[in-house]
Ligand binder design. Sequence first.
Ligand code: MG
Length: 160
Amino acid sequence: MGNDYRTGIGYDAHRLVKGRPLFLGGVRIPHSHGLLGHSDADVILHAVVDALLGAAGLADIGTHFSNKDPRWKNAPSVIFLKETARMVSKKKMKIVNLDCVLLSEAPKISPYIPRMKAVIATALGIPADAVGVKASTNEGMGFVGKKQGMAATAVALVRA
Ligand code: MG
């Protein structure tokens, strides 16, 4: 491993619907609605996975974990995170840190952030202080503000 540092960016959005459990950052959160998707639709983890894959020069989340693949039907996205960590280390790269922002109007996310950081850090094998998780509302504007969905962005740094 040298001193070559590489960044990656990730973005994801999912629709909010009734009758689905809400998973964010690998944590089940009690709420009236959940995110719609093939897997558990964990929008934070999907953004983080894409940031890590991008930093490592790998193809995107949809290529590695296809939403047509029956193996991933309602799958916990922590699986994608663990598999991504394996792919990064296979390329002889080391995850330095990552940071992500959830865009969501409700419910209140802050009580769950320490657990999200712990889940993400454990899945990736990095210290909890190398994982940033933040949340912001969209001030009532757009699909996030109207509670039609949630979005997340993430950046990651790897050392090659
Ligand atoms: Mg997604």
